[in-house]
Design a protein. Structure first.
Lengths: 370, 199
């Protein structure tokens, strides 16, 4: 799948910007705050209905204007148009697929697959476990709508159960125990499915990660993700282990009035050659791992969805050493359409800037082909 | 902008109805305003009658015109089967399938601690009382497939376990009458996860 063109109106600094894209590399070059990342932001909106950096829609509107409007034309087997329109007065985001309104963003999941490598990715390897859960959950969800639904339901069950735990804590009403048992059972049922999906996913994803990592750096480094859950990689015993763990934590849960057991507390341990990345990894290894995660995601999604995702890379080149920059340039030539922002063209010797690709210069909200 | 008070009042009342937004309420109010008096009278009368004549069956809590609903009083229904549902609209949905000929029990909701809906807010005690000394041999739990519906089903299964009555639960998965090719992928996925062994 490729994005042929976009049209932006009042989108960040872009008063009126229309661009046609190459179906290979699109290099978007410009200084900071000139409006190059907003082009990626618009592309991400058009693929997912969501903001790339979780910004508020009202912040995306050009200063002094009442709305923003972005349109994109994709071509795959057929041609599709998506459009996002936001009106400041109604404070409402409207998303259209071929001019028909889409009310539920999950209904377009997998239609316009996209993979992003952005600055905040550093949190995936360096941040809290919740960052790694969010990454893994988002990758599984993009390939499995079923997983996404179960995740939403699991979160609902968590909220209901913690509300009940809190009510028990406050009222000391033991008549509520029989209801707690029912919520616990529901938590185990959905939670176990989530654990099983994650176990299967990590097994499969490790192959893609290995492949991607070794493309970026030619050395004997072996990356690995280990899923740290209560089930310890054993799908068959997951429900039983979940039940046992809940039983042993029961007093604590009642005393504190919160959910203490389940996949919402799991972590994914990243390592290189058996050494935990978070504790022993160098800056370079972190960076390589983050990039490999995204390339791994790209090839996994391509395989699962039978569609080539769009690849976005925001300001990553500037941080790389020449060796990695060269390697990534080589790697980029293997994927389909990519959009890459950078402040200047240093370190891009490896990127073959030829007639197949497009170089777009952005300055103060105006974009021009160079 | 100033709107005549009686019109604003009608708009406000209409917009309290489920899935009626302000704009729709306004359109409805203006439509009623332009209609013939006798059309409006008929509408008002039907609403008043609805409220005066319809009540809840004292046995199963389905909607009824008498103390007991038509299903509870019908000699044709299979009295050994009972289907437990969340509310009266589910009775209508199941009746439309013409596949079920047993009795119903309407809970009037599902467990929802966040919204303060607890066991005592539902017609669960009434269900247990009803099961004492009657002919029900099988109970079918047909609650909505979401976390609240699931937790309520589990609670009922635990509670009914000792009554020596067969309890079953409708399979989670494909919508009734749905074609596999038209169901969304999540629904099909869930149907596979919730598959039932038949041997
Ligand atoms: Zn009745």
């Amino acid at each position: 799948m490729v994005l042929r063109q976009i049209e932006l109106q009042n989108f960040r600094l872009h008063k009126n910007t229309s661009l046609n894209f190459s179906d290979k590399l699109n290099l978007i070059v410009g200084g900071n705050g000139q409006g190059k990342t907003s082009i990626l932001e618009a592309i991400y909106y058009l693929c997912t209905t969501k903001n790339l950096n979780l910004a508020n829609e009202s912040d995306v509107i050009l200063f002094g204007e009442q709305y923003f409007d972005a349109k994109g034309i994709f071509s795959d087997l057929t041609e599709n148009q998506t459009r996002i329109f936001f009106d400041i007065i109604k404070n409402k985001k409207n998303f259209f697929l071929d001019e028909k309104p889409i009310f539920n963003s999950s209904s377009i999941i997998g239609k316009f697959p996209i993979v992003t490598l952005i600055q905040s990715d550093h949190a995936i390897t360096q941040g809290a476990p919740s960052e790694r859960r969010r990454f893994i959950d988002s990758v599984i969800s993009q390939a499995s709508h079923t997983y996404l639904e179960m995740l939403l339901e699991f979160n609902k069950t968590l909220r209901q159960r913690s509300s009940l735990l809190l009510q028990i804590k406050e009222s000391k009403n033991i008549n509520l125990f029989s209801q707690l048992e029912a919520w616990t059972e529901t938590l185990i049922t959905t939670g176990t499915e989530i654990i099983k999906h994650r176990i299967r996913f990590v097994k499969e994803f490790n192959l893609y990660l290995h492949e991607a990592y070794n493309h970026i750096i030619e050395s004997a480094e072996e990356p690995l993700i280990v899923y740290d859950s209560l089930a310890e990689d054993e799908e068959e015993n997951a429900a039983e282990r979940f039940r046992e763990e809940l039983a042993s934590m029961r007093e604590d849960e009642l005393r504190r009035g919160i959910n203490l057991v389940g996949p919402h507390r799991d972590d994914f341990i990243f390592s290189i050659n058996g050494l935990e990345l978070k504790r022993f990894g160098s800056q370079g290894q972190h960076k390589t791992f983050q990039i490999a995660l995204r390339f791994g995601q790209f090839f996994l999604m391509e395989e699962k969805l039978g569609k080539t995702p769009i690849f976005l890379m925001d300001d990553v080149f500037g941080e790389l050493d020449t060796y990695r920059a060269g390697k990534i340039s080589e790697y980029l030539s293997l994927i389909g359409q990519a959009f890459i922002t950078m402040t200047d063209l240093t370190k891009t010797e490896g990127l073959k800037i030829n007639a197949e690709n497009k170089l777009i210069k952005v300055s103060n909200g105006t974009a021009a082909y160079a | 902008m100033l709107i005549a008070e009686p019109l604003q009042k009608a708009i406000d009342e209409l917009s309290k109805l489920p899935s009626i937004g302000n704009k729709t309420a306004q359109r409805l109010a203006l439509h009623i305003l332009k209609s013939e008096s006798q059309t409006v009278d008929a509408l008002v009368k039907s609403l008043i009658e609805l409220k005066e004549k319809i009540r809840f069956c004292e046995v199963c809590f389905n909607i009824a015109t008498e103390e007991k609903c038509e299903i509870c009083t019908s000699p044709k229904r299979n009295r050994s089967l009972m289907c437990v549902v969340e509310d009266a609209s589910d009775v209508i949905a199941i009746e439309k399938t013409n596949e079920y000929n047993g009795l119903y029990h309407v809970l009037g909701g599902v467990l929802n601690p966040l919204a303060g809906v607890m066991i005592d807010s539902l017609k669960i005690r009434e269900l247990l009382l009803r099961l004492q000394g009657n002919d029900v041999k099988e109970i079918i739990l047909a609650l909505n497939p979401n976390s609240e519906g699931d937790a309520t089903s589990v609670y009922l299964m635990n509670t009914l376990k000792n009554l020596n009555i067969k309890v079953s639960r409708i399979a989670r998965g494909l919508p009734i009458g749905g074609d596999l090719e038209f169901a969304d992928s999540a629904t099909i996925g869930r149907a596979f996860i919730g598959r039932i062994s038949i041997q």
